[in-house]
Design a protein around this ligand. Structure first.
Ligand code: 6PG
Length: 466
């Protein structure tokens, strides 16, 4: 009898199965179509304690009770379909784990549905891509503590490890795990967008080659900007196309794909009324990239007249390093605010510092900056968006001049910098005592009698404006 079953042998499922087996657990595997299973047995299994099954019933029967089945299949309808296949084969107390990038409301729905049948369900965020799955991902499990207890030893031993411990912790109730993984991806979109903005400024304003940009990224990666995304980006900059010998990045079509997690983050921010403009605009960055033909056509119709003021390359590169730190800090803070609010509204009961800790290794947004963020969160748990901390404010204050120079340089050279601009405007809004929302309120009252409050006296007012 095996300790756990992996259902779904795409690259992630395959690597998770191997990872778990390498930690000394017995694993059963099954895939809906047999080809992947055959391939897994022939090419990937090398004497591990893994049994492969070609029918779901024998797969389920091969598992120790209470059974634990880790679904690694495409999020959405396939998960519902597979749950229906499994229900008649399972006994009360058995556990289904969904390791996909599932929409958190779906996880809540499934959890309730299965609870009624006496089955346990965990929504687990899995981050780290192919190699993370094999060598140690960051795992974000959410659901009941009872369900988590059944797999805690397996999950913590398969997870990445840092000096702070395994990159797996019980995240919280209900769909907390999938919500947090969604936020991780929202921040991932933001960090990727902010890096591509900096790259754009270096190639279009400073006219640096991909190799030269790679050198800058590598140097930054040795400092405060150290992160997984920075590491892969300098490697990307240096990669040459086999056929032409040109930097491969220069040959890649500038249309960015997306599967939905960034969009859900933006939606959650609006649903919860928490500002996350930089995370949201990163999604729009991808959306706009998709309109290649339109962009190409318009680029020929509007003449760009960049300033010809001299630019000091070293100063701008130093500013870019600071502006990236500023933007990334702001995006983490927007994500953390969203996490704290969701935790309250949805009853997730998330320990933010613990989540940041499990993002330190294995996952895509692992970055040196997380240590600072953890310090700030621990300083005062009621500081929901980090901005109440002097440490946070001095970090931002120190980088504000660079941020202003970078956004101005981008504008002066017609380089779009969506995340940088919104990060700066977000901070400008948050440090402004008097926003012009008074005019918005007056307009609302003018055309719709929506009423307004006043700064000089209590009450609700309406004016006959004409
Ligand atoms: C991770 C990644 C992973 C996946 C993204 C990509 O944490 O390992 O986030 O889950 O690569 O979902 O998402 P997009 O296709 O939307 O960029």
């Amino acid at each position: 009898m095996k300790d756990i079953g992996i259902l779904g042998l795409g690259v992630m499922g395959r690597n998770l199965a191997l990872n778990i087996a390498h930690r000394g657990f017995g694993v059963s595997v099954y895939n809906y179509t047999p080809n992947e299973t055959e391939e897994f047995v022939a090419k990937h299994m090398q004497g591990e304690d893994i049994s492969a099954f070609y029918d779901v019933e024998s797969f389920v029967k091969s598992l120790k009770s209470p059974r634990k089945i880790f679904l690694m299949i495409m999020a959405g309808k396939p998960v519902d379909n597979m749950i229906e296949v499994l229900i008649p084969l399972l006994d009360k107390g058995d556990l289904i784990i969904d390791g996909g990038n599932t929409y958190y409301f779906d996880t809540d729905r499934r959890m309730t549905y299965l609870e009624d049948k006496g089955l346990l369900y965990l929504g687990v965020g899995v981050s780290g891509g192919e190699s993370g799955a094999l060598n140690g991902p960051s795992l974000m499990p959410g659901g009941s503590r009872e369900a988590y207890a059944l797999v805690e030893d397996i999950l913590t031993s398969m997870a990445a490890k840092t000096e702070a411990g395994p990159c797996c912790t019980y995240v919280g109730n209900g769909s907390a795990g999938h919500f947090v993984k969604m936020l991780h991806n929202g921040i991932e979109y933001g960090m990727m967008q902010s890096m591509s903005e900096v790259y754009d400024i270096m190639r279009n304003v400073l006219k640096l080659s991909a190799d030269e940009i790679g050198d800058v990224f590598e140097k930054w990666n040795e400092g405060d900007l150290n992160s997984y995304l920075m590491e892969i980006s300098y490697k990307i900059m240096r990669k040459k196309d086999d056929e032409t010998g040109k930097p491969l990045v220069d040959l890649i079509l500038d249309k960015a794909g997306q599967k939905g997690t960034g969009k859900w983050t933006a939606e959650a921010s609006l649903d919860l009324g928490v500002p996350a403009p930089s995370l949201s605009v990163a999604v729009y960055g991808r959306v706009m990239s998709f309109f290649k033909d339109e962009r190409q056509r318009l680029s020929e119709l509007v003449k760009k007249e960049p300033t010809d003021a001299a630019i000091d390359k070293d100063i701008l590169i130093n500013d870019l390093e600071n502006s990236l730190l500023f933007s990334n800090f702001v995006m983490y803070s927007q994500g953390i605010w969203l996490m704290n609010e969701a935790s309250k509204v949805y009853g997730f009961d998330i320990d933010t510092a613990e989540v940041l800790k499990i993002w330190k290794g294995g996952c895509i947004i692992r970055a040196r900056m997380l240590d600072l963020l953890i310090d700030i969160v621990k300083e005062d748990r009621s500081n929901i968006n980090l901005l109440g901390s002097e440490k946070a404010l001095s970090f931002l204050r120190d980088r504000l001049p660079s941020m202003r120079r970078v956004t101005m340089a981008a504008r002066d050279h017609y380089v779009p910098a969506l995340v940088h601009n919104t990060a700066l405007d977000y901070i400008f809004s948050m440090i402004e005592a008097d926003l012009p929302a008074n005019l918005t309120q007056a307009q609302r009252d003018f055309f719709g009698a929506h009423t307004y409050s006043r700064v000089d006296k209590e009450g609700i007012f309406h004016t006959k404006w004409e």
